[in-house]
Design a protein around this ligand. Sequence first.
Ligand code: SF4
Length: 284
Amino acid sequence: MIITKLNLEDSLPLTCTRAGTCCHGKTVFLNPWELANIANEKKLTVTKFAETYCEWGGIKLKFDGDSQFKNQSACSQYIENFGCSVHLGRPLACRLYPLGRQIQHEKAQYIHQGKEFPCLASCPDVVELPKMTVEEYLQDQSTKTYESGQDLYLEVMQQLADIAFELYLDSGLADSGNRETLVQWEKLGELSPEELPKTIRTDWLIALTFPDIEEVKNPEVFIHTHANTLFTKSQTEFGSIQTMKELETASILTMAIALQLARSIGANPKELSEHWVKTAKKHL
Ligand code: SF4
């Protein structure tokens, strides 16, 4: 796949107002705040929304709508002849589309995938639309808050991985000769999106995906509260661990949680787990 990197001043045909063709056959992830936000917009509890409209443990929107476009089913939130039923609460992926975003050297880089322009295959006339700069488009779609949320969760993910490292490297577990933990870290990265959440204990999966936080409108407050809840839970549970077996279990569990969060923000769990195993091995 060809990835085209964009500058903020690049001008592209981003003025499409046609509701819907791009809401078919896509993969749309939700980080835990986006899930709470979209559920709020739908006026449902987070668990009810996830149960009804999400898969992969609540991190991906189902695309099982009745509407079809080129044999691809619509997003579960799409309404024929209307468009998005949760427009104000739509997640970052939808706000950015047809652009993507990746972090390189701690800086956001906007991209699009495809030789000329991603919408071309579905809507060839898109190139005739008036153009807009990338910067104008981001403003128009109000992406800023959603991008900050994504970046904050990236930090939480790294901090969770750090806890998994501490439980392995700083606890005496690695020094005891244990290598099974690293084998399991790597295996977690290879699990399918359906299998990975099943490896996470229910109370942790709830704490990760459905935190009980009322402040939904402010992602910064929501995510800081969420992170504190997760770190307090890990301190309470792992602080008094006595045996090597318990340390191994705790490290593997924390890595699974970090990888599940990683997938919800669009990162690749396989690449991450390989990278983290490699890093841990350097410290042995
Ligand atoms: S959430 Fe809304 S904008 Fe996003 S894919 Fe679904 S229907 Fe389309």
